[in-house]
Write a protein that binds this ligand. Structure first.
Ligand SMILES: Cc1cc2nc3c(=O)[nH]c(=O)nc-3n(C[C@H](O)[C@H](O)[C@H](O)COP(=O)(O)OP(=O)(O)OC[C@H]3O[C@@H](n4cnc5c(N)ncnc54)[C@H](O)[C@@H]3O)c2cc1C
Length: 403
């Protein structure tokens, strides 16, 4: 069988198919393998989350189908695979609850997967750019950029989405799925830094806070996320920002500009009210600077129209109200995002209703399977996207290998 794409999902698919007895050829367009694994998690690879929660995943397809697919390889079993099968011990980063290799080297994860694939007998061909895949007498025939053809009874498409195209994923699998008659949910960049044009906070570029609370009102409720926040020259980044960028992207698609509200610490409005009402002649700015980077504290003070030399005891009621609002719910001016060039994943993709959730085989074409980011689901920062890639890769590999 053929596996198209030697990323996270393709490596997993190839290994499980070969271990199940299939003859596997793994075709990778670039000269490298698993490039996204290597750059993931800042070069440390956040292999998995420490808690599995299917509710945090986003899909435009049926959530029931998504849950079924995720349940095919539970988190504990995935962790066991990395630690006991590949011999890559993982540890939980206490502040974030993410699982990283103890070595903190993403290359260990990539190399472990490649070794497992080759040990299982997978024939890995790099520099093999698949330009076409079509049903044929043998089952499926892949055409390569140099004109060569490779045949097999089954093919797993694990070519990724559209995010960070310089790693090799340029949307080939999405185009192929459409051309073969599958419904592909509209795609958009997800987990992408936001931009603001003009950038009113450009002077704060480089300033970060570890525990921002970001809220986007949605319908009668709100989508809330917490984590690191970073001011950039062009806008905003950090996990808490990336985790809401699908909502701003989807909003923009509808011609809407959803509000993004930021609390700069985990303190509530009441806690800030109390801190600002503490007795003594201390300055308001001192209270803010104790909890925030000085440049951000000063900026919030200015935005709330509070003089920098205001003593806490002299803070007027209207000043306190504006300041507490700024500290807990600053409306972030944003106009767009950094797009696929910087997005960590692609939202949308091959609809989950287009595949059999037991095997990920196409409902239109026997012998054709989809795995990884090309499918319509993604999760927040924290190892959820590899969890999806590992689970779908294994499922498609086992499905394509047959009973
Ligand atoms: C900077 C960055 C950091 C990230 N960090 C994390 C993290 O720490 N934890 C986490 O869970 N997720 C992380 N992600 C997301 C995660 O990397 C992806 O969700 C995951 O790699 C998707 O796996 P995939 O195999 O579906 O696709 P990809 O990893 O994109 O692999 C697709 C492969 O297919 C190949 N290919 C494409 N077209 C063809 C073709 N026509 N012929 C042959 N081969 C082809 C590509 O070259 C590529 O090797 C990060 C993403 C980015 C961009």
């Amino acid at each position: 069988m053929l596996v198209l794409g030697a990323g996270a999902a393709g490596l997993m698919a190839a290994t499980f198919a070969a271990r199940a007895g299939a003859d596997v050829v793994l075709l990778e367009k670039t000269r490298r393998v698993g490039t996204k694994i290597v750059i993931s998690g800042g070069g440390r690879c956040n292999v998995l989350p420490s808690v599995a929660d299917e509710r945090v995943f986003v899909t435009d397809s049926s959530r029931r189908l998504m849950g079924r697919i995720l349940a095919s390889w539970p988190l504990d079993a995935q962790r066991h695979f990395f630690e006991d099968d590949l011999g890559i011990p993982l540890s939980i980063e206490t502040e974030t609850g993410k699982l990283f290799p103890v070595s903190n080297r993403a290359t260990d994860v990539r190399d472990g997967l490649v070794n497992a694939a080759t040990a299982a007998g997978v024939a890995l061909r790099t520099g093999a750019d698949v330009t076409g895949l079509a049903p044929s007498a043998a089952g499926w025939t892949a055409t390569l950029g140099d004109g060569a053809a490779v045949e097999a009874h089954a093919a797993v498409v694990a070519t990724g989405g559209l995010s960070v195209p310089k790693t090799g994923s340029d949307g080939f699998g999405l185009r192929l799925a459409r051309a073969l008659g599958h419904r592909v949910k509209p795609t958009y960049p997800a987990l992408a830094p936001l931009t603001a044009e003009p950038a009113p906070h450009a002077d704060l570029a480089g300033v970060s806070v570890p525990d921002a609370q970001v809220r986007v009102p949605v319908g009668k409720g709100a989508f809330e996320t917490a984590g690191g926040f970073l001011f950039t020259h062009r806008g905003y980044s950090g996990p808490a920002v990336l985790n809401v960028s699908h909502l701003t992207a989807l909003g923009r698609g509808r011609g809407d500009v959803p509000a993004v509200l930021v609390g700069w610490t985990d303190a509530t409005a009441q806690a800030w009210e109390a801190a600002l009402a503490e007795p003594g002649r201390g300055l308001v700015t001192t209270t803010l600077r104790a909890a925030l980077p000085a440049r951000l504290a000063d900026r919030l003070l200015a935005d709330a129209d509070v003089p920098p030399d205001r003593a806490r005891a002299d803070l007027r009621r209207d000043e306190r109200r504006r300041l507490v609002d700024a500290l807990t719910a600053t409306p972030l001016p944003w106009t767009g995002d950094e797009g696929y060039k910087k997005a960590e994943v692609t939202g949308g993709g091959v609809g989950l209703g287009e595949v059999d959730p037991r095997t990920l085989e196409s409902r239109h074409h026997p012998g054709l399977y989809f795995a990884g980011e090309v499918l319509d689901a993604f999760g927040p920062i924290g190892g959820h996207n590899f969890l999806w890639a590992w689970a779908t890769g294994r499922l498609a590999g086992l499905g394509a290998a047959g009973p």
